[in-house]
Design a protein around this ligand. Structure first.
Ligand code: ADP
Length: 415
């Protein structure tokens, strides 16, 4: 219907209509399903003011849409014939005692036809900027008048409806922020996975040809210095490959693409295998590696992913040896604790400061001053280890004292 043809009931537009509409749409509340918070408010309004009809009406561009309705079965009506539009235009409470006596409403189809409105009172729902987004209104089919107390009550209930709207908006915004954060995180993970994969191929070529050059007979490269350089290329390349593989592992776990290949296994045997591997490094660093074979060897079998368990052990025992200075000791034992199988790896090494301990396991986090960080580390091992332990339904606990040593406990479910 054109504005010129609008019935006498049409209310003027509020002066800030575009802003008001934008504010209303930001609530994301139009056309949402029924919400008991609003239903309770209209039920209260109808009961306390003894009215057959009570509505939470929101004034959209072309319609009034009811967020909650008591005593009325339609979801919306055209804006032009809406009483609430008048309250919204004024931003103030509107009371019409007898619509038949008011020339703005006497010809209104809601008066002349269904639902046969005679009495109307609507309190505006004002947002923080003062925009009237709609009303809480009560309607009767006979002429009436509200006393001061009843007007105050209607106004208070409108305040409650406004609070419910704000809560709705806050929930929507929180959900949107969460979805955006999850999207960004997924994009980051996918990017890392893609990059890591693409980097591996050329890197393998660098390492492979570096190894070939390193293996050349002494002097055939023109200068002995080049053999040393080739060795450095290989060493740097291998470290980079390790970091890339760790990133790939972590992204695979984070995207849920990593599934455990469970089998029944004796953890004690895996501990012995990994201790054997790390012993070379321990001997070179003059660290005593003590495996309590009596305790670890008799641990019951569990259902777990063998290569994941090896990765966990290699990281934890490897770290213990790596961060323990010559003359120190790393001991490994195990027991059954709290209904779980527990492995305990204790070292007499550098230890970790309490503020670093809290951040341990964050990807790329390395404890201590930057200069002291080991070139061979990436700060990804513990993040992966923690995830692998969690995937097994277990948990990882780290206790440490700076200068005294670190104890790491891995618990894994039995059976
Ligand atoms: P990195 O590749 O650097 O070893 P990790 O994720 O395995 O990465 O470990 C993260 C950091 O945690 C290490 O850089 C180190 O600062 C600290 N850390 C881990 N294990 C120990 C330990 N046994 N003793 C002291 N510090 C440790």
């Amino acid at each position: 219907m054109q504005r010129s043809e609008a019935p006498a009931t049409a209310a003027p537009l509020p002066p800030n209509e575009a802003d008001r509409l934008a504010a209303l749409h930001r609530y994301g509340i139009l056309d949402t399903p029924a919400d008991p918070r609003f239903d309770r408010i209209v039920a209260l309004a109808a009961r306390l003011l003894d009215m057959p009809i009570a509505l939470v009406s929101l004034i959209d561009a072309e319609r009034q849409w009811f967020k909650a309705a008591r005593g009325l079965d339609v979801p919306e009506t055209p804006r032009e014939i809406s009483f609430c539009t008048h309250a919204v235009a004024d931003g103030a409470m509107l009371e019409v005692s007898d619509a038949l006596q008011d020339k703005r409403f006497v010809n209104n189809p809601l008066v002349t036809g269904d639902p046969g409105i005679r009495f109307y009172a609507g309190a505006p729902l004002l947002d923080e900027a003062g925009h009237a987004l709609g009303t809480l209104c009560v309607i009767d089919r006979k002429p009436r008048h509200l006393n001061e107390e009843q007007r105050a009550l209607l106004s208070d209930l409108a305040g409650m409806a406004r609070d419910a709207m704000q809560l709705h908006r806050a929930l929507i915004e929180a959900e949107r922020a969460k979805a955006e954060a999850e999207y960004a995180n997924r994009a980051k993970t996918n990017f890392l996975a893609f990059m890591s994969h693409e980097l591996r191929t050329p890197l393998n070529a660098v390492i492979g040809f570096g190894e070939l050059m390193e293996a050349e007979p002494f002097g055939s490269l023109g200068s002995p210095r080049y053999k040393h350089y080739a060795g450095m290329i290989v060493e740097g390349g291998r470290h980079l490959l390790e970091v890339i593989n760790a990133i790939l592992d972590l992204t695979r776990i984070e995207t849920g693409k990593f599934t455990l290949q469970r089998e029944t296994m004796a953890v004690g045997e895996e501990v012995a295998v990994v201790a054997g591997l790390v012993r070379v490094q321990a001997d070179a660093g003059k660290v005593a590696l003590k495996l309590d074979a009596g305790a670890v060897g008799v641990l019951p079998t569990i259902s777990a992913d063998r290569s994941a368990i090896r990765q966990i052990l290699l990281n934890l025992i490897g770290n213990a040896v790596k961060f323990t200075p010559p003359g120190g000791q790393v001991s490994i034992t195990g027991d059954i604790w709290g209904g779980k199988l527990r492995l305990i790896i204790a070292d007499t090494g550098a230890g970790i400061a309490p503020e670093d301990l809290r951040r341990l396991g964050e990807p790329f986090f390395q404890a201590g001053p930057v200069m002291a960080r080991r070139a061979e580390g990436s700060g990804l091992g513990l993040a992966i280890t923690r995830q692998l332990v969690t995937l097994h339904g277990g948990n990882l606990e780290i206790q440490s004292e700076l200068g005294k040593g670190t104890t790491v406990m891995v618990s894994l479910p039995l059976g």
